[in-house]
Ligand binder design. Structure first.
Ligand SMILES: O=C(CO)[C@H](O)[C@H](O)COP(=O)(O)O
Ligand SMILES: [Fe+2]
Length: 228
């Protein structure tokens, strides 16, 4: 699979969401951070905004649910138009059932790990997923510094994906920029969320293209990507 860049609208101007979504058309997915002020100490947007965004852009929506009780809420985001739904394993009561339900409703099922959550206990769940998200900041806010202590976890996860011959995508989110994307790609990530690095740029669409070129150049010669 080619590398993918998913701009995060968390760093966009929320009073102009439709325009901001259009400004990154050409990106692979639009990353939508849903926060409930319980799972994380911040509040963003919910189902009605996702429904409006889905109508305002042709870019598919990658909804990152940083909420309690995703088992209850995830299906509503699919009905609102999300093409991919990520729940946090720390918040899910029944992650296998939830992943199966997301897939059954026609969306891509994705599971996220906070920085302190290891991948190893979840090895057997990987075939149930279309994407795994490794957070490279503590979830809750855009514009934080990239946690390079997450690089070994990205590497170990890529090894597990290869060991089981899986096709799932490996996404990183938090502090991804021109200075950090190459390390993530080298470690094995192939889907990159970028908020401030895209919406903080003068030309967001150009920022997406540059990040994609940078990641693709690394992936082309990365050991993990041979035959990818
Ligand atoms: O999930 C998130 C924060 O919890 C955001 O997707 C992430 O922080 C993107 O912003 P930036 O690229 O500026 O770090
Ligand atoms: Fe996110």
């Amino acid at each position: 699979m080619a590398v993918q860049i998913n701009p995060s609208i968390l760093s966009a101007d929320f009073s102009r969401l439709a325009e901001e979504a259009k400004a990154v058309e050409g990106a692979d997915w639009l990353h939508v951070d849903v926060m409930d002020n319980h799972f994380v100490p911040n509040l963003t947007l919910g189902v009605p905004v996702v429904e409006s965004l889905a109508k305002a852009t042709d870019t598919p929506l990658d909804c990152h649910l940083m909420i309690e009780d995703p088992d209850r809420w995830a299906p509503q985001y699919i009905e609102a138009g999300a093409g991919s739904v990520t729940f946090h394993v720390e918040a899910a009561a029944a992650p296998v059932r939830l992943a199966r339900e997301i897939r059954a409703k026609g969306a891509r099922a994705s599971m996220a790990l906070r920085p302190a959550t290891p991948i190893e206990p979840y090895e057997d769940l990987l075939p149930e997923l279309d994407m795994l998200l490794i957070m490279t900041v503590e979830p809750g806010f855009g514009g934080q510094a990239f946690l390079d202590i997450m690089l070994p976890k990205i590497r170990r996860t890529r090894e597990l994906i290869s060991k089981h011959g899986l096709q799932l995508w490996l996404q990183v989110d938090g502090g991804v920029s021109a200075s950090t994307i190459e390390q993530c790609a080298e470690a094995g990530a192939d889907v990159f969320v970028a908020g401030s690095a895209v919406y903080g740029a003068d030309d967001p669409a150009e920022a997406v293209r540059k990040l994609r070129d940078q990641a693709a150049a690394v992936t082309a010669s990365a050991a993990w990507a041979c035959g990818h």
